[in-house]
Write a protein that binds this ligand. Structure first.
Ligand SMILES: O=P(O)(O)OC[C@H]1O[C@](O)(CO)[C@@H](O)[C@@H]1O
Length: 351
C-alpha cells in the first residue's frame, strides 16, 4: 500500500488490533520495571502526541487516584520543574517518532529531578526513546507522513492500557476495531457532500467537550497541517463566553457530540448556530439521527463508553482534512516547509 494519509486513516482498525494484541503485555513489562505507586503522573508531548495525552488524562484519572497533568515540553522544562518533578512522580514522554527534542529534553530533566520516566512511542528502537528508564511501544507501525492519524488513535489506546495498568485494573478495547470500521463506513457514506461544502470554508471552528476536546484539538491540528486555514477550537461552555459574538452566516462549525456529559449542552449550542449559519456539521451517535433533530449529522455507533469515543470520533475529521486538501489540488502528505524542524531544532533529523 502506498504511504498516503488516506491509507493510514483506513489502517486504523488493523492497527488497533495490533495494539490490543501486544500493548497489554508491554504494559505489564513496563510496570514490573517502574511500579505503580505514584502521587502524580505527568504526560508530556507535542502536536498529535499532546492531543492523545489529553484523552489519556481522563482515563488516567478514572483508573487512578493520583493527580494527572498534561504539560507541553516548553512549560515542563521552563516553569517550576522543581515543584512538579518529584521522586513520587511518573513522567511519561510521548513522541510517536521519538524525535521531538522538547519531549526528550523533558525526560532528561525529569531524571535529573529524580522522577521515574517512561517513553511512549511508535519507534522504540530510536535513539531518542532510550532517554527514559522504560519504553512503551504503541504498536502504531510505520507512519511516514507529517499529519499523523493512526498514530493518534494507537497512542491514545496505549495510554488507556497504561492508565488501567497503573491503577491495577484492566480495560476492554476489543470492540474498538469494530467501532472504527463502522465509523469509517458511516463517514465515507455521508462526508462527500460536506467535503464539497467545507471546501469553501475560509476558517473553521470546532467545538467539543470533556475527553473529546482531544478530538476537537486533533481535528483542528489536521486541518491546519493539511487544509491550511485558520482553525479555532473551543470547549462547548467556553464558546458561550465571548466567541459566539463572531457567529455569522458564513461561519463553518463542527460539533463533536458523542453521548456523554456535554451532549445536550452542545446540541443546544448547535441549534442556536443552525439558525445563523447552514455551514454546520455534527459528529454524534446514531440515536441522534432517529430524533430528526439534526440534519447535518455524521452518525456513529452508539453504546461506546464516552471515555473511549475519541478512538472513533476523530476519524470523520481526519477524512475531512484529507479529502478537502485533495480537492484543493494538494497532497496532504507534502510538508509546506520540509526543512522547518532542522532549522528550528524542534525534531532530530531521521538517520
Ligand atoms: O509525536 P512526535 O513524533 O513527537 O511528533 C509531534 C508532532 O510533530 C509533527 O510531526 C509536526 O511537527 C506533528 O505532526 C506531530 O504530531
Amino acid at each position: 500500500m502506498s504511504q498516503t494519509m488516506r491509507n493510514y486513516i483506513l489502517e486504523q482498525g488493523i492497527t488497533m488490533q495490533q495494539v490490543i494484541e501486544h500493548v497489554p503485555g508491554e504494559v505489564e513489562g513496563v510496570l514490573q520495571k517502574i511500579g505503580r505507586q505514584y502521587k502524580r503522573i505527568l504526560l508530556v508531548g507535542s502536536g498529535t502526541s499532546l492531543n492523545a495525552a489529553i484523552a489519556g488524562k481522563y482515563v488516567m484519572e478514572e483508573y487512578n487516584d493520583c493527580e494527572v497533568q498534561v504539560v507541553t515540553p516548553f512549560d515542563f522544562i521552563h516553569y517550576f520543574p522543581e515543584k512538579r518533578i518529584t521522586n513520587d512522580a511518573l513522567v511519561v514522554g510521548i513522541s510517536q517518532t521519538a524525535r521531538s527534542t522538547g519531549v526528550i529534553d523533558s525526560i532528561h530533566r525529569a531524571r535529573e529531578y529524580g522522577a521515574r520516566t517512561l517513553f511512549l512511542t511508535a519507534a522504540p528502537q530510536a535513539a531518542g526513546a532510550q532517554c527514559a528508564e522504560s519504553i512503551l511501544n504503541t504498536w502504531t507501525g510505520d507512519e511516514f507522513v507529517g499529519p499523523k492519524t493512526k498514530g493518534f488513535t494507537s497512542t491514545m489506546a496505549a495510554l488507556f492500557y497504561l492508565a488501567a495498568g497503573l491503577g491495577g485494573k484492566s480495560i476492554d478495547l476489543t470492540t474498538i476495531p469494530g467501532f472504527i470500521s463502522e465509523t469509517i463506513g458511516s463517514s465515507e457514506k455521508v462526508l462527500p457532500g460536506f467535503v464539497d461544502q467545507f471546501l469553501a470554508a475560509p476558517s473553521l471552528k470546532i467545538i467539543g467537550f470533556g475527553p473529546n476536546m482531544a478530538v476537537a484539538r486533533e481535528g483542528g491540528l489536521k486541518a491546519l497541517e493539511t487544509i491550511r486555514i485558520p482553525v479555532e477550537v473551543y470547549d462547548v461552555e467556553e464558546y458561550m463566553h465571548g466567541p459566539y459574538h463572531c457567529l455569522e452566516k458564513d461561519t463553518y462549525m463542527i460539533f463533536i457530540a458523542p453521548p456523554g456529559k456535554g451532549q445536550e449542552r452542545i446540541l443546544r449550542l448547535f441549534q442556536f448556530a443552525d439558525c445563523i449559519t447552514s455551514n454546520t456539521l455534527v459528529i454524534g451517535d446514531e440515536d441522534l439521527a432517529s430524533t430528526g433533530r439534526i440534519k447535518n449529522l455524521v452518525p456513529l455507533p452508539c453504546n461506546v463508553d464516552e471515555m473511549l469515543t475519541p478512538l472513533g470520533y476523530i476519524i470523520p475529521l481526519q477524512i475531512l482534512a484529507n479529502d478537502i486538501t485533495l480537492k484543493k489540488g494538494r497532497r496532504p502528505e507534502l510538508s509546506r516547509y520540509p526543512n522547518f524542524h532542522a532549522m528550528m531544532g524542534s525534531k532530530f533529523t531521521p538517520q
